[in-house]
Design a protein around this ligand. Structure first.
Ligand SMILES: C[S@@+](CC[C@H](N)C(=O)[O-])C[C@H]1O[C@@H](n2cnc3c(N)ncnc32)[C@H](O)[C@@H]1O
Length: 383
């Protein structure tokens, strides 16, 4: 997920669903009044979702959340073993995988979650190299770790456990040459995650549970080539043959699909993996805003006293409601720059995240495109 531009681009959608007052009876035959949105495509109320109408999914989540006995494999189910610390519930269906819905009404501007990454590593799509492998700053010139000779910006970063207790020892033992290409930098975070298998079983279990789209990546020429490069680097240069090709493939997939990138806004070229925020589904008109910050920006002056400011270890992602989110509504975030034109946006979502977006904004723009084509065709025929 990119964060090349973390400014808020929320604009009120032209395509928002109309709502209506619905009267229905619950299990005790007690009559209740709810405000239920109509699907803008099929115009059905949420309690009668059209299985082919993907815009109903938000609403289906809400309704099946109330229906614990639902055994339908296509229905949305509450995921009980992943707790969400803010006003959200983790749910799952066969289209989105895991996603989060609001467990109560969330007001505009309200903080939904502030989370530190569970892993961090150097990454820079614009290829700004060399990077300090610890703090992920663009160091511009060749400063090296005195042990492994990989780029770091000074002795503090050389000694910092994130580097010293992870890849540094492996690169030193195996005389791994300093990185030249981005894929070698990307291998650093891959190794950090793989080492969790031996050091933190709970964290490793969580890594195994992240989406990696291994089947789709297997059939994707570019994704396959870069995974093979990293597998070769880890097996043959770093001598880490104790990790299987499947484990490496999974971790590479997890990092490609789930990380947020901090670039110029924090002067850090870092990829950050978040445990909970990664669960949010994408929408091209998301109901949240997000911002990568240093936690010390949030601290009182007194708290900062014994703290190194703007350190990589204090990076965090803050997600707030960009508009009022109703109870049961899916909490959404943007994975790509949503100001991109329709086809570019959808291509990025397909190429990187392996799904065809069915959000209201896409469906509206697709319908507009279709109408435009039909009008042009009709004009041509008439001429
Ligand atoms: C960052 S992960 C989100 C968490 C993921 N659903 C899980 O179960 O781990 C991104 C993946 O979620 C799914 N996803 C997210 N938003 C989606 C959407 N709007 N439509 C369909 N699938 C979506 C896609 O499979 C995508 O590759």
């Amino acid at each position: 997920m990119s964060s090349e531009d973390i400014s808020t681009e929320l604009s009120s959608s032209l395509c928002s669903s109309p709502s209506t007052e619905m009267i229905h009876a619950d299990d005790d035959n007690e009559t209740k009044t709810d405000t239920v949105a109509l699907c803008f495509l099929c115009q059905d109320p949420a309690s009668l979702p059209d299985p082919d109408c993907k815009s109903c999914h938000n609403l289906r989540a809400y309704h099946s959340k109330k229906d614990d006995g639902n055994q339908d494999e296509y229905a949305d189910k509450v995921v009980l073993d992943i707790a969400f610390p803010g006003p959200g519930i983790v749910m799952r269906n066969h289209i989105y995988g895991n996603y989060v819905v609001a467990s109560r009404t969330i007001e505009t501007g309200e903080l939904i979650i502030l989370e530190k990454p569970i892993s961090i590593g150097p990454y820079s799509p614009p290829d700004i190299l060399p990077l300090c492998v610890t703090c992920c700053k663009d160091i511009g010139r060749s400063l090296k770790c005195s042990k492994c000779k990989w780029p770091v910006c000074g002795s503090a970063c050389e000694k910092f456990p994130l580097h010293a207790e992870n890849e540094c020892q492996i690169f030193l033992q195996n005389q791994v040459k300093p990185p030249v290409v981005l894929k070698e930098y990307f291998s650093v975070e891959t190794i950090r995650l793989l080492l969790l298998k031996e050091r933190n079983v709970d964290a490793w279990e969580r890594v195994l549970a992240f989406e990696s789209h291994s089947h789709q990546r297997e059939n994707d020429f570019l994704a396959k080539a870069s995974t093979e490069y990293i597998q070769d680097f880890i097996h043959n240069k770093c001598n880490l043959t104790r990790f299987s090709a499947e484990e490496i493939d999974h971790v590479v997939g997890v990092l490609s699909i789930n990380t947020f990138w901090a670039f110029k806004e924090l002067n850090r070229y870092a990829s950050c993996l978040f445990d909970k925020i990664t669960l949010f589904a994408h929408d091209c008109d998301p109901n949240t805003t997000r911002e990568l910050i240093f936690l010390d920006d949030e601290m009182e002056e007194t708290e900062k006293a014994s703290y190194e400011p703007s350190h990589i270890s204090s990076i965090a992602l803050r997600v707030k409601a960009g508009r009022r989110i109703e109870e049961g509504e899916m909490i959404t975030i943007r994975y790509v720059d949503v100001t991109l034109p329709l086809l570019e946006r959808r291509r990025e979502l397909r190429d990187i995240f392996y799904f065809d977006c069915t959000c209201s904004k896409c469906l509206c723009e697709l319908t507009d495109n279709q109408n435009e084509i039909e009008t042009k065709l009709a004009e041509t025929v008439l001429c």
